[in-house]
Design a protein around this ligand. Structure first.
Ligand code: DON
Length: 317
């Protein structure tokens, strides 16, 4: 797509209504002043706060894009639903569900609190995601990370790389996640070597995607696991239904209730600045804008999802 400037207004007028709507969102929320780029992972602090990209993929394989939709950023917590779905299919639902809960925690994403069984509340918070990485490490050994990277690539329809600098930066500073890892091991949620599991988790969080990739990945979730561009069945419909359920109740952390009330679309955010939203049987949305609110959710991304839901009456209830 051409860069969005006043001179592209005439171009936009000749475009399909959905693309025009995305342009309107872009123009309306570009000046949004709120939020701050995450810097608790030092390398993330280098993101350009001006970047803003919106992409929407339909289930018949159209991908609409406005703004910085080809700028790579790290997937971070948006990896969690895909790795959860992969764990369900790889290890069996019984194994995964025996150690990871499905209740919202109401806590921030990095909370160290476990549930009454000393298990993670769900797979969307760090504790549950680290448990998923541990289960995949138990199943796949040293090949676990590449197994995850290839699977995420099938959701995106292309091979995905890792941002080595972000990986190294989180690995050097991620003591809270390490503490969660040891807490999981002492409670027998994971049985693996903790540094090896954290290495898988930090690497999976540093996988590079674009807003366009995110839209396609979300559309694959919305399409019962079939990538609408490649036609590949990436994971089972069982795994998709359970993953979207947990995204619905917990994908936006301690904002999840407000989100499902106001927007009504299963979604997942990442501190890299991405939001992915998957409306079953309808569409996938990916947005990128690195300024985050206090919950760790992209400020502009939330605005886009609210506007999309309201404009097209997409609230699922
Ligand atoms: O574990 C962390 O803190 C990061 N790698 C991911 C956190 C994250 O993306 C939370 N999302 N909004």
């Amino acid at each position: 797509p051409p860069p969005v400037t006043a001179s592209t207004v005439n171009w936009a007028r000749s475009q399909p209504p959905l693309l025009r709507f995305l342009h309107t969102c872009y123009a309306n929320f570009l000046a949004e002043a709120g939020g701050a780029v995450a810097d608790y992972i030092p390398e993330l602090g280098k993101a350009d706060p001006a970047h803003f990209g919106i992409s929407l993929a339909t289930l018949d394989g159209h991908v609409y894009e406005v703004g910085d939709t080809r700028v790579p950023f790290t997937i971070q917590s948006m990896s969690k639903p895909f790795v959860f779905a992969l764990a369900l299919d790889t290890l069996g639902a019984e194994r995964v569900e025996s150690v990871i809960g499905v209740e919202p925690s109401g806590d921030p994403f990095n909370s160290i609190r476990l549930n009454a069984d000393n298990h993670p509340f769900n797979a969307m918070v760090n504790a549950g995601a680290i448990a998923c990485s541990g289960l995949l490490h138990a199943g796949k050994g040293d090949g676990a990370f590449d197994y995850i990277r290839h699977a995420l690539g099938r959701f995106a329809g292309r091979e995905l790389d890792v941002d080595e600098a972000v990986y190294a930066s989180e690995s050097a500073t991620g003591d809270r996640n390490r503490a969660i890892g040891y807490l999981l091991r002492t409670n027998s949620v994971i049985t693996e070597n903790v540094p090896a599991v954290l290495d898988v988790y930090f690497r999976q969080c540093a996988i590079l995607v674009t807003a366009r990739d995110t839209a396609v990945m979300a559309a694959t979730l919305a399409n019962r696991g079939i990538n609408p561009l490649t036609g590949e069945q990436v994971v089972t419909p069982y795994a998709i239904a359970r993953t979207l359920s947990v995204m619905t109740s917990s994908g936006m952390y301690d904002y999840a209730g407000e989100w499902i009330y106001r927007v009504g679309i299963p979604a997942k955010s990442g501190v890299g600045g991405g939001i992915l939203a998957a409306l079953p049987a309808r569409l996938g949305l990916g947005s990128y804008s690195p300024k985050l609110d206090k919950h760790g959710n992209s400020v502009r991304g939330i605005k886009v999802c609210e506007a999309l839901s309201a404009h097209y009456d997409l609230h699922m209830l």
